[in-house]
Write a protein that binds this ligand. Structure first.
Ligand SMILES: NC(=O)c1ccc[n+]([C@@H]2O[C@H](COP(=O)([O-])OP(=O)(O)OC[C@H]3O[C@@H](n4cnc5c(N)ncnc54)[C@H](O)[C@@H]3O)[C@@H](O)[C@H]2O)c1
Ligand SMILES: C[N+](C)(C)CC=O
Length: 478
C-alpha cells in the first residue's frame, strides 16, 4: 500500500518503530485508516537527540559543496518520484491531486536544490582594522528542532531541513500528528541521497512530543510552523533556554482590490487566496477589501466562479476542492460559518456544508465581525467595502497579524505605495500566494519571526563568530 511507511520514525539513519500510543493516519476524504504508527516515547526521543548531537559536528566539518551535493541529489530523487509522492501527499492531507502534483513536493524539491546550490557560497566577512584585522565565520547552530503544521507537511519539512542542513546543522523534525507520512519519506530520500545517519531524523507524535523535544538542552533552535497560539507557547519555552527561533504562524491577511483593477484577475486572485487547498493556507487573503464602485460586480463574479469549483474525491484529477483535513477541523470551520450566518453578516454564496466538506463561502461583514478578525483556516472569504486608499490601508493593518497582503490596481505608484504601507512580511502586487524559493517568506507582528527560503533563511540557521587578528605587538599599560 502506497501510504504505509517503513516504520513510525526515522532515527540514526534507519526506520524505527515507536513505543508510544498508536497514531492512526486517516485519509480525510473518507476517514479510512491509511497507516497506523506508534508515537515516539522516551527511548526514541533520547536515541534521536543523541544521534543528532553525535552526527552534527562531523556534518558541519564537511566541505559545504559536499553537503550541497547531497541536498541536490535529494531534489533529483523527489522529482524522479513526483507522482508517487503527490499521491501520498493527497492521501495524507486530502488536498486535490491536481494541487499536490504542482505545489507540495515540487516546492520542497526547489528548496533542496536552492540551498544545495547555496551551501558552498556561504562565506564570512573580512574587516580591515588598520594593521590588525578581523574576520567573521558563519557557523552552524547545532541541533535544530523543526515542528510542522498539517497543511503543507512535505513542503514544510523541506523548507526547514534544506537551509538547516546546508548550513551544517542536524535537524530533528516533528511533523503534525495529522499528517506524519511525508516527512518520513523525506528522511528516506535524504538517506538515499547520501545524508549521514543522525543528520535528519523524524519523530512522530503530538504536542507533548514537541514540548518534550523543545525542553531538551541539546536543542539549539526551534523552527515552528503552526498557529499563533502554539507559537506563543513555543516561543516562550525557547526563550527560557535562550534558543534561536523561527516562527511561521497564522494570520488574517488583507487583499485590497481598487476599482481600476483587472476585475477577472482580481476575482481569480481572491479565489486562489481563499479556496486553494480548501482554504487551508497560512497566507490566505481572507479579508478582501473591495472599492465601493466595483463591489457588487466583484461579488457577482466571485460567487459565479466559486460556484464552478469542482468538489470531490481529491484523488480524482477533476477535483479542485478537497475535504478539510479532519472531522475535527471541519467542525471548527463549520462552526465559524454558522456563527457568521447567525451574526447577520450577508452570505453571498456557500454555507456550512456537511461531512468533511465546506463549500467556497463568501460573506460581506464589517471589520469587527469575527469573520473578519479570526483565522478560520477553511474556504471562507470575508469581503469588506472601502472608499479611499488611506482608509483601506488603515483597516488592513488594524489586526495584530502580518503574514501577507495583496493589492490589485493598474496604478503603479499606488501599488508600490500600498505595498510599502502594508504591515506584512510578504506583499503581492497583482498576484497572490506565490511563494517561490528565491524570495524570503515569513511574517511580522504576531504572524511570526524570521524568514524561510532565499538567502535570508541561512541567517536563521547560523550564528556569526568574530575573530580579531592582532598583527603587531601588544600595547599593555604595564
Ligand atoms: N506561516 C507559515 O508559513 C504557515 C504555514 C502553514 C501553516 N501555518 C499555520 O499553522 C496553523 C495550522 O496548523 P496546525 O493546526 O497544525 O497548528 P498547531 O499550532 O495546532 O500545530 C502545529 C505543530 O505544533 C505542535 N505543537 C502544538 N502545541 C505544541 C507545544 N506546546 N509545544 C511543541 N509543539 C506543539 C503540533 O503537534 C504541530 O506539529 C494555522 O494557524 C496556519 O496559519 C503557518
Ligand atoms: C507557505 N505557504 C504559503 C506555501 C503555505 C502556507 O500555509
Amino acid at each position: 500500500m502506497i501510504a504505509q511507511p517503513m516504520a513510525s520514525h526515522w532515527i540514526d539513519g534507519r526506520a524505527v518503530e515507536g513505543t508510544g500510543p498508536a497514531l492512526e493516519v486517516r485519509f480525510p476524504y473518507d476517514a479510512s485508516v491509511i497507516a497506523t504508527l506508534n508515537e515516539a516515547a522516551a527511548p526514541q526521543i533520547e536515541a534521536a537527540l543523541a544521534a543528532a548531537a553525535r552526527a552534527q559536528p562531523e556534518w558541519a566539518a564537511r566541505r559545504p559543496v559536499e553537503r550541497g551535493r547531497i541536498l541536490t541529489e535529494a531534489a533529483r530523487l523527489i522529482r524522479a518520484r513526483a507522482e508517487e509522492l503527490a499521491q501520498l501527499e493527497t492521501l495524507d492531507t486530502g488536498k486535490p491531486i491536481q494541487e499536490t502534483r504542482v505545489a507540495d513536493w515540487p516546492s520542497g524539491a526547489d528548496a533542496l536544490e536552492f540551498f544545495g546550490g547555496l551551501a558552498a557560497a556561504i562565506t564570512g566577512q573580512h574587516i580591515p582594522l588598520g594593521t590588525d584585522w578581523a574576520y567573521t565565520r558563519r557557523e552552524a547552530l547545532g541541533v535544530c528542532l523543526g515542528i510542522g503544521a498539517w497543511n503543507y507537511p512535505s513542503q514544510i519539512a523541506c523548507w526547514k531541513a534544506a537551509p538547516a542542513l546546508a548550513m551544517g546543522n542536524a535537524m530533528v523534525f516533528k511533523p503534525s500528528e495529522e499528517t506524519p507520512l511525508g516527512a518520513l519519506k523525506l528522511a528516506e530520500i535524504l538517506a538515499e541521497a547520501g545524508l549521514p545517519p543522525g543528520v535528519f531524523q523524524v519523530l512522530n507524535g503530538g504536542r507533548d512530543l514537541g514540548a518534550a523535544l523543545l525542553g531538551d538542552p541539546r536543542i539549539a533552535k526551534v523552527s515552528l510552523t503552526g498557529s499563533v497560539e502554539t507559537g506563543r507557547k513555543v516561543y516562550a519555552e525557547a526563550a527560557s533556554g535562550m534558543r534561536h527561533v523561527t516562527m511561521e504562524l497564522g494570520g488574517k491577511s488583507p487583499l485590497i482590490v481598487f476599482d481600476d483593477a483587472d476585475l477577472e484577475d482580481a476575482v481569480g486572485a481572491a479565489i486562489l487566496a481563499n479556496f486553494y487547498s480548501t482554504g487551508q493556507v497560512c497566507s490566505n487573503g481572507t479579508r478582501v477589501f473591495v472599492q465601493e464602485g466595483i463591489a457588487e460586480r466583484f461579488l457577482d463574479r466571485l460567487a459565479a466562479r466559486a460556484g464552478e469549483l469542482v468538489a470531490g474525491d481529491p484523488r480524482d484529477e477533476a477535483t479542485q476542492l478537497g475535504p478539510l483535513v479532519s472531522a475535527g477541523h471541519a467542525a471548527k470551520v463549520r462552526a465559524a460559518v454558522n456563527a457568521g450566518i447567525a451574526s447577520g453578516a450577508r452570505l453571498v454564496c456557500g454555507g456550512p456544508g456537511d461531512g468533511p466538506f465546506v463549500p467556497p463561502t463568501v460573506f460581506v461583514a464589517d471589520d469587527a465581525n469575527p469573520l473578519a478578525t479570526s483565522e478560520i483556516f477553511g474556504p471562507v472569504l470575508t469581503a469588506l467595502t472601502f472608499t479611499t486608499e488611506e482608509e483601506a490601508l488603515a483597516r488592513a493593518n488594524a489586526l495584530p497579524f502580518g503574514l501577507a497582503a495583496g493589492v490589485f490596481t493598474r496604478d503603479l505608484a499606488r501599488a508600490h505605495r500600498v505595498a510599502a504601507g502594508f504591515e506584512a512580511g510578504t506583499v503581492w502586487i497583482n498576484a497572490y500566494n506565490l511563494t517561490p524559493v528565491e524570495m524570503p517568506f515569513g511574517g511580522v507582528k504576531q504572524s511570526g519571526i524570521g524568514r524561510e527560503n532565499a538567502a535570508a533563511a541561512i541567517e536563521h540557521y547560523s550564528q556569526v563568530k568574530t575573530v580579531y587578528v592582532g598583527m603587531g605587538g601588544v600595547e599593555a599599560p604595564v
